[in-house]
Design a protein around this ligand. Structure first.
Ligand code: FAD
Length: 456
């Protein structure tokens, strides 16, 4: 009996539990469905990366990846029928759309006595598996992360491309398409694919893991792993990363495991509360006053373009445009600026991030934003308003990050780059004046948050 391997967010051949589930040597067809519902909102950076990953996967499979455009609920049963596959193997998807889609596909397959088999997930521990003593789900990160570490994860699956006997897609009668050309993007994006993921990971472990606990907060240094995009598309599974560093007890290794726990936590929270992708997790914050209208639109444009006059904010927003990625510390600073200095709804910013980030992930992004906005699970206390100058001086002490992304400030030495308005000659030509006064807007934000808190 043939099997169908339906790839989604697991674009790799190593550590592939779906291959184990299909059984070694089984004749199998490899399928990827180009689903317009997912491709639409993805943004060119993510499409560029995705298509690159598909090409890499196709090469690993000896050119045997079948790519079909359409709604998976129609495509998957049709392809299964064509190859006579009794089982369709996937890694479980826990996003709101993915879960609903998989349930529909499962029902459609069942009509022809075929089975959708879910094996594994994109997470070290799948949503719903980390439970408290009384069997409930966690809403707070720290106890979750302890229970997550106690729960543990499986060893990586020992698979490679030769594990299954790949069916030649040319022998299958369905309307297929070639892997789309990568769209032209005006950004310097990471190399797609499984081998690139492992190269980057090895480099990180060799050069940066030891210092990661402190290094991770410095946007001016290359101290983070940059694995987010590879994890997003499953070029590598978090379990493989955890296994690689299992024996390491350094602060760096502990800290790295903790960050992977955040990724699993947010996926768990989104699974518990799918509505939190679009709404405040804490609905009391629906009452928070936010601005709208032409002035709000103008400020939003300045933020998106990196022209707020606050250097670390502008450097971050321009890094996002230039690389489809932004350093975590600066994601927090720029998000705080949008919400607390510009008084705009967090989902405006979240949408912009999702359109530009190559690692854009619904669970991590929407909850990262809500952490900053104060409406999420482990929200930063509402009175914490990031001061963009102090944050810049602390985490980019020599101003190197600002100078790298804001060429108008390239000649401003040292940490003076964080306050160009204090330069003897004033703000350098071409760089904007501050669009708002942080001190004033902080007070406005605190009043508005206070009002929500009192109404609670
Ligand atoms: P590293 O520091 O090397 O971390 C290792 C891995 O741990 C990351 O690859 C990621 O998978 C995970 N991780 C680290 N920090 C977090 C976190 N705070 N939440 C969840 N997982 C984390 N991450 C995304 O993957 N996609 C997003 O769309 C996204 N949007 C964000 C939006 C905001 C406003 C904020 C504050 C954070 C967001 N993050 C998002 C989390 C974090 O910023 C990125 O995961 C990280 O910057 C990716 O770079 P890295 O791989 O070098 O991180």
């Amino acid at each position: 009996d043939a099997a169908l391997i339906w790839f989604r967010r697991d674009l790799r051949v190593a550590d592939q539990p779906t291959f184990l589930a299909a059984g070694q040597g089984t004749p199998a067809l490899a399928l990827f469905v180009l689903d317009p519902r997912l491709l639409g909102p993805a943004g060119d950076a993510r499409l560029w990366f995705l298509y690159g990953c598909l090409r890499d996967l196709d090469e690993s499979l000896g050119g045997r990846l079948l790519v079909v455009k359409g709604d998976p609920v129609e495509v998957v049963p049709r392809v299964a029928e064509q190859v006579g596959a009794g089982t369709v193997h996937v890694a479980a998807d826990f996003g709101p759309y993915g879960q609903a889609r998989d349930n529909d596909v499962e029902q459609a397959l069942a009509k022809a006595d075929r089975e959708l088999v879910r094996t594994g997930s994109p997470y070290a521990v799948a949503p719903g598996r980390v439970l408290s003593g009384d069997g409930g789900r966690y809403r707070v990160f720290t106890p979750f992360s302890r229970a997550w570490a106690d729960h543990g994860w499986r060893a990586p699956a020992d698979t490679d491309a030769g594990y299954l006997d790949w069916i030649d897609p040319a022998t299958v009668h369905v309307r297929s398409t070639k892997i789309p050309d990568q769209p032209a993007v005006d950004a310097d994006l990471p190399e797609p694919g499984e081998a690139a993921a492992h190269r980057r990971w090895d480099e990180f472990v060799r050069d940066h893991l030891q210092e990661y606990a402190d290094g991770r907060d410095r946007p001016d240094q290359p101290g983070t792993s940059r694995m987010s995009v590879y994890l997003k598309y499953g070029c590598v599974h978090p379990r493989s990363l955890l296994a690689d560093i299992a024996a390491k007890r350094s602060n760096g290794a502990q800290s790295f495991r903790n960050e992977l726990a955040w990724r699993d936590f947010y996926a768990d929270v989104l699974d518990q509360r799918p509505d939190s992708a679009r709404h405040n997790y804490d609905r009391a914050f629906d009452a928070l006053a936010t601005d709208s209208g032409p002035e709000a639109d103008r400020l939003f444009d300045a933020w998106r373009e990196g022209r707020t006059g606050y250097p670390v904010v502008d450097a971050g927003m321009r890094q996002l445009l230039a690389e489809g990625w932004m350093h975590n510390r600066v994601r927090m600073i720029t998000a705080s600026f949008l919400v607390k200095d510009l008084h705009l709804p967090w989902w405006w910013g979240a949408r912009h991030f999702m359109g530009r980030l190559v690692d854009g992930d619904l669970a991590s992004n929407q909850h990262g934003w809500q952490w900053v906005a104060g409406s999420g699970t482990d929200a930063a206390p509402y009175f914490r308003v990031f001061n963009p100058v102090l944050q810049g001086e602390r985490f980019d002490p020599d101003g190197a990050y600002v100078r790298k992304y804001v060429p108008e400030l390239a000649d401003v030495p040292g940490k003076a780059a964080h306050q160009p308005w204090k330069l003897p000659g004033g703000v350098p030509a071409g760089y904007p004046d501050r669009v708002v006064d942080h001190k004033d807007e902080r007070a406005v934000a605190l009043d508005r948050y206070e009002a929500v808190k009192e109404a609670k």
